[in-house]
Design a protein around this ligand. Structure first.
Ligand code: FE
Length: 190
């Protein structure tokens, strides 16, 4: 289903449900506000900040993301399986959904518009370095790039590298600085 078709379908369904009295328009708006404002990328940022501070949590997060974030009870049943991939000096990870726009809502909120763009979805697979450069992320030659293709079953979160200057900051300050784009993998933190 193309994006445009999906959008029209969603709107048609929403109108029908409202017309039949099955849902109220405010209820739909609630969901949008929830993912946009309440969930947002902050959940993911907290997880990242903690992983940097707590080696045991980080190990659990990388071994089984779904299990490791359970204790947070994040809203959003959108995650069946969360896989967390760590950026290192050797490997840079970037996330896409080539088929549609699967995204880890519970940790990152609503996907940004460009994430759903067919150009991003096809190009990041073919020419990841070029696409990353367009986001301002120039990778060194010797850094391997890995592109992770999300699906309805598996969603990915990038654990960005912690800038050395951030060591020693408290979780809250760090979480505020962790950007959404760094957790999708199109950006590095500095
Ligand atoms: Fe998808």
């Amino acid at each position: 289903m193309s994006h445009e078709t999906a959008r029209i379908r969603a709107e048609a369904l929403e109108s029908l449900l409202i017309e039949k009295g099955l849902i109220e328009a405010e209820r739909v708006d609630d969901v949008i506000v929830r993912y946009n404002e309440r969930v947002g990328p902050m959940n993911g940022a907290w997880v990242v900040a903690r992983a940097w501070q707590d080696p045991d949590f980080k190990a659990r997060l990388l071994a089984d993301g779904t299990e490791a974030i359970k204790e947070y009870e994040f809203e959003g049943g959108e995650i069946d399986k969360l896989v967390v991939v760590e950026n290192t000096d050797e490997q840079h990870n970037v996330v896409v959904c080539t088929l549609c726009s699967c995204y880890p809502w519970a940790v990152l909120g609503l996907p940004p518009k460009w994430y759903k763009d067919p150009a991003y979805r096809s190009r990041v697979v073919r020419e990841p370095r070029q696409v990353l450069a367009e986001f301002g992320t120039e990778l060194e030659e010797d850094v391997r790039v890995r592109v992770w293709d999300s699906s309805a079953e598996v969603r990915y979160l990038v654990l960005p590298q912690q800038p050395p200057e951030w060591v020693g900051l408290d979780d809250e300050t760090m979480a505020e600085r962790v950007t959404r784009n760094s957790m999708i993998g199109v950006e590095r933190l500095s």
